[in-house]
Design a protein around this ligand. Structure first.
Ligand SMILES: *[C@@H]1O[C@H](CO)[C@@H](O)[C@H](O)[C@H]1NC(C)=O
Ligand SMILES: *[C@@H]1O[C@H](CO)[C@@H](O)[C@H](O)[C@H]1NC(C)=O
Length: 158
């Protein structure tokens, strides 16, 4: 009985102590509980960017998109959805924001002729990345990156 009471009190004290510990660890945890989100839309145009018709510009669905770093190292691969949207979620402990911006790019491997037969059937689109700010969700800090502008690389292997 006595042991039970002690256990109960210890548990109660431990639970009450959690918010204090959490507040102290807050800074450290938010540094660890972060992610880097790379998100963009690929349009079905000669340069992959939004055209003069604005949001009426056709998109490029089901396109193979790679995140490449350094000398063409494929870090991650995804495909665009039906709205032409693609995204990569990266761990900031493995991937530095600064090196993503200086050393990495988004590459669209699927030829443009796949979304429009009048567009080139060889080559691919490539864009560097740019930082557009952070989103904070509770303790989670998300650094947002978008393609800064695609261009067609005729010699890019598909
Ligand atoms: C813009 O829209 C008009 C009307 O639908 C179309 O005729 C034209 O080809 C479009 N231009 C581009 C560059 O998509
Ligand atoms: C650039 O990317 C390559 C390949 O992922 C990597 O080996 C290299 O360390 C990176 N350089 C910098 C400056 O981040």
């Amino acid at each position: 009985m006595a042991i039970r009471s002690i256990l109960f009190i210890s548990l109660a004290v431990a639970i009450m102590a959690i918010p204090i510990a959490e507040a102290q660890l807050g800074g450290l945890i938010s540094g660890l509980l972060g992610s880097i989100n790379v998100k963009g839309i690929v349009f079905c145009t000669l340069d992959g960017n939004i055209g003069i018709n604005g949001t009426a510009t056709p998109v490029f669905p089901n396109a193979l998109v790679q995140l490449q770093c350094g000398n063409g190292d494929v870090v991650s691969t995804t495909t665009t959805n039906s709205a032409g949207v693609f995204g990569f979620v990266l761990d900031p402990l493995q991937m530095l924001l600064s090196s993503l911006i200086t050393n990495c790019s988004v590459v669209v491997k699927t030829p443009l002729s796949t979304c429009n037969v009048n567009l080139p059937s060889v080559g691919g689109l490539q864009s560097p990345l740019k930082y557009v700010g952070d989103t904070v969700l509770g303790l989670l800090n998300i650094a947002n990156l978008i393609p800064s502008g695609f261009r067609l690389i005729p010699g890019l292997a598909n």
